[in-house]
Unconditional design. Structure first.
Ligand SMILES: Cc1ncc(COP(=O)(O)O)c(C=O)c1O
Length: 315
């Protein structure tokens, strides 16, 4: 794959090996470590997933010309940003289904890269965003659906890269807990599977927005939520997470709490993190507060936030 598609190889070579840095934590509690995923080429953890899903799509496409490959995917934002960069470099047509709440800065980047965008009314929730992409692909088989919630390439990539990097960076230190926001659950579950090979007792902690938690039986809603994550509504649970349901603890963070967390983290460290990173950090602090200082809690900082969020927070 890498030999046939140099743009794919270049994107892959720039991925990962992100830093695992100490984070501020509660006095007297466990030590916190966070993986800096904004260091990926398009600025988020979803760059890894874009690479994995496109690798799978390219393999399925075989020897046919790349100009004939047309991919479609739904996204909370970061996956579309990553895929648009990779597809533009490869010369592959890309189409994204997004919520109408998507920030202008994202829509501008997608337009610049020549991607086609379909917006779904934000009041209908992310479930309808997913459903629209699935229906479009079912109605026209000229579109190849990448399907991040079900494509095993998502989890396998996190297991093989994000998880293995963390194991190496821990240098033998046993983590007490692994904390990650759930969008597809690919990060939470993929890294968990890798960590469990080295540290069988690590706790798994999933984080979702208080406005629509994991597995919520409420219908989807258009309330603002922290980025890239959330329950689906109607009791639907993300397939990757369902496989580990008995062992995953669930926490929630509201959007106002996540925004406060972004501002507080920046005040403490000088570093800009996104709203899901803030949700992960706040949850990791809760877990760490109940553990002794000899323990370590690991989490992930998926991105650095959008210009719109930072503008809202005063720059
Ligand atoms: C900012 C952000 N945080 C967290 C996630 C959740 O990642 P995953 O799909 O691996 O659960 C995403 C996914 O799009 C994201 O964009």
């Amino acid at each position: 794959m890498e030999d046939r598609h140099p743009a794919f190889r270049r994107f892959g070579a720039a991925l990962g090996d992100t830093r695992l840095i100490p984070l501020p934590g509660p006095d007297g509690g466990a030590r916190l470590l966070g993986k800096c995923e904004w260091e990926n080429p398009a600025g988020s953890i979803k760059d890894r997933v874009a690479y994995a899903l496109m690798g799978d799509a390219l393999q399925r496409h075989g020897d046919r010309p790349l100009a004939e490959l047309r991919v479609i995917e739904y996204s909370g934002g970061n996956l579309a940003r990553a895929l648009s960069l990779l597809c533009a470099d490869l010369g592959v047509t890309a189409r994204f289904v997004l919520s109408s709440a998507s920030p202008r800065s994202l829509l501008d980047v997608l337009a610049e890269r020549g991607a086609r965008v379909d917006l779904v009314d934000k009041e209908r929730g992310f479930l309808e965003v997913v459903g629209t992409a699935l229906r479009t692909a079912a109605e026209d088989d000229g579109w190849t659906l990448l399907y991040q919630h079900r494509n095993p390439a998502n989890v396998l990539l996190h297991e093989a890269t994000t998880g293995q990097e963390i194991i190496g960076q821990l240098g033998g230190t046993e983590p007490a807990a692994w904390v990650a926001s759930i969008g597809t659950g690919g990060t939470l579950v993929g890294v968990l599977r890798a960590l469990r090979t080295a540290f069988p007792d690590v706790r798994a902690v999933g984080v979702t927005p208080a406005e629509l938690p994991y597995g919520s039986t409420e219908p989807p809603n258009g309330r603002p939520k922290y980025a890239g994550s959330g329950g689906m509504g109607h009791g639907i649970r993300q397939p990757f997470v369902t496989l580990h349901d008995p062992e995953v603890e669930h926490h929630t963070v509201s959007y106002p709490q996540a925004l406060d967390g972004m501002a507080e983290f920046r005040r403490l460290t000088g570093i800009r993190i996104g709203s899901s990173a803030a949700a992960n950090w706040l949850t990791a602090c809760r877990i760490a507060a109940a553990l002794p200082p000899s323990h370590t809690v690991v989490t992930v900082l998926p991105d650095a936030g959008t210009p719109e969020e930072w503008e809202h927070l005063g720059g």
